[in-house]
Design a protein around this ligand. Structure first.
Ligand code: GRF
Length: 197
């Protein structure tokens, strides 16, 4: 049975692109929706160009009513009956209302080697700490921010002279390898962890 995948984005959607493009041939899943909380987010246009249904739920029109926003998100998502949700640069903190609804079938990509550096500014924090390596993690989304079971990680050695920007660019390349690999396995029912390289 083909799994239906909804991808949630807030920005340019480069992870969405590689996920969507990976779901062809004998892949066990297909994209059914790209949703953004940001009207005009670059990811929406990229999805439309691929013939994927898109929708926008603008969090700003809910004036801080997080659950109201999430109820609207849920109804927009469930209209497309996805089996799996992929957060791909979706920059909203989600409440238990949303998380419990999609429990066990929602993935996120985070630009650090979790459990190090949940939250924002991960690359600057890795550099400030003098870490030898940075990276990214794909994890299941649970009620605690960036703390669900880790399904895969990719490591990126730091280089002398790295800035948060140069590091982010190298980590993003690894995100683009890791996330499709984890999604393919997850859609086939395999939740064992992968490590790159
Ligand atoms: C990625 O670095 C992701 O890890 C982070 O936001 C960025 C999204 O980039 N949460 P894109 O929209 O997929 O290009």
């Amino acid at each position: 049975m083909t799994e239906r995948v909804a991808i949630l984005v807030s920005g340019g959607g480069s992870n969405m692109e590689v996920l969507a493009d990976s779901m062809t041939g004998d892949h066990p899943a297909r994209p059914c929706l790209v949703l953004s909380n940001v009207p005009g987010a670059g990811g929406l246009e990229k999805a439309r160009a691929r013939g994927i249904a898109t929708t926008t739920v603008d969090h700003r029109s809910f004036n801080g009513d997080r659950e109201g926003f999430e109820r609207e998100l849920i109804s927009a998502i469930d209209a497309h009956a996805p089996d799996i949700l992929c957060l791909a640069g979706f920059m909203r903190i989600l409440t238990p209302l949303f998380i419990t609804r999609y429990s066990g079938r929602m993935l996120n990509i985070h630009p650090s080697l979790l459990p190090k550096y949940p939250g924002l500014n991960t690359h600057a924090r890795a550099l400030a700490a003098g870490d030898a390596e940075a990276g990214c993690s794909v994890h299941e989304v649970t009620a605690d921010l960036d703390s669900g079971p880790i399904l895969g990680q990719a490591r990126v050695p730091l280089r002398p002279g790295d800035t948060p920007e140069t590091l982010a660019a190298r980590v993003l390349e690894q995100e683009h390898s890791l996330y499709p690999m984890v999604l393919r396995r997850f859609a086939a029912g395999d939740r064992s962890r992968v490590d790159l390289p």
